[in-house]
Design a protein around this ligand. Sequence first.
Ligand code: 173
Length: 497
Amino acid sequence: MSLIPTSAVAEHASRDSCWIIVHSKVYDVTEFLDEHPGGSKIILKYAGGDATEAYEPIHPPNAILDNLPIEKHIGAIDPNTVVKVVKQVTEADKRRQALMDARPPLDEILNLHDFEAVAKVVLPEKAWAYYSSASDDEITIRENRAAFQRVWFRPRILRDVSSVDWSTTILGCKSSLPVYISATALGKLGHPDGELNLTRAAAKHGVIQMIPTLASCSFDEIVDAASPGQPLFLQLYVNRDREITKKYVQHAEKRGVKALFITVDAPQLGRREKDMRMKSVDDSAGAKVQENQSGVKKDQGVSRAISSFIDPSLSWKDIPWFRSITNMHIILKGVSTPEDAILAYEAGCQGIVLSNHGGRQLDTSRSGLENLVDIVAALKQRGPWPNPNFSVFVDGGVRRASDVIKALALGASAVGIGRGFLYAFSSYGQEGVERAIEILRDEFEMNMRLIGARTISEIVPDMVDASALHSHVGITPSDNLYNGTYQPLGTAQFRQA
Ligand code: 173
């Protein structure tokens, strides 16, 4: 195959003929411009040039192969024509590097809030906006934290807690903690190794990772990075094209994934205004080629831009189809009511995650922890409890082992942590994730001793007072660490006068 000089690529720098370079390969994306889920504008910004840097964090490596017909793959760039541009170090880059150098040493990170505080400072603004944002007024994301503070402990004493064990089994897989790493998209926005930071740390510490459909690393890269026999779960966004979903699910099963967590709370992505505002600030900096009027709306933010493949027609009727294509455990992620919990149980699912998607979907929906109480009561009426064939998980706002213990006491099998681990690797890479796991371990040891539970099965409902959980008014001490890292929403910004 002949090599293409950069000058030839540069001749195709318009909407009428648009070539771009990604990872040293040249692509003709002219006809793809209007199909690009992120809109044509961002591609046109790199028309006739190299788009790798912008492409890398938000696309899995095989995205082009999967979406661009092979005849549009023009060839490889001639390396002799590539002018090695020493990447311009901007003032912002210098400032970020200085901040990275000044991070608190890892052994001074004492809790999961600390990672969030560091991430908030060192992450590129766009990444912080995308990760931290939640929908509408961000009431639910804060309620997720607050709900844990409405549950109080009733500790038991004098139980010989010289040895305590917080390991457990999650969906038949051994886990060193009653916690799994929940799926969060676009890991490379936070760290160049993206989700692999989680995979490697999980391998070392016997923790289970849920792989996101929209990871920055490809599914196979993540599975390849796992150690032999390391249990992995998969979070699934269901594609409008069911053949794509079927292939993906069956490939995952073949590669040893143990459970499929189908996201059911996102037929449309929530409006995350921090993310949306960041996008429009970005746009005002000006694209190289002006967008015509037919482009995708400019204010949609990163996640909405890449989520158009998700099928809003997904329904209960699809569950038997999932059962027919896989033998993996099927878990519905994003259940909020006893009505739907019972439907999931009757549909033959192996479990549910009581989740509001980290407050990123329907704002002012209740916390998973609060829903847990009603849902467990309903499930007890329907079948055996605890039910070895039906697990109930909770996520949202978990920062401490004490939060996890409260959920377990109220009937959860295990708890998911998404942002906590995401901020850990965004600020300190794999070591950060390892430190986060160690911190949780220390907190489990202390809290289990203090509550009087030697094993996970000894954490029982009588150990908590949840009588205030449904009460949304009340006076409790404020959560200073969380409130300190929480960034209040802002309103529309004036342009520079
Ligand atoms: O919460 C999210 O941001 C999310 O789930 C998502 C969905 C689609 C694309 C990117 C992220």
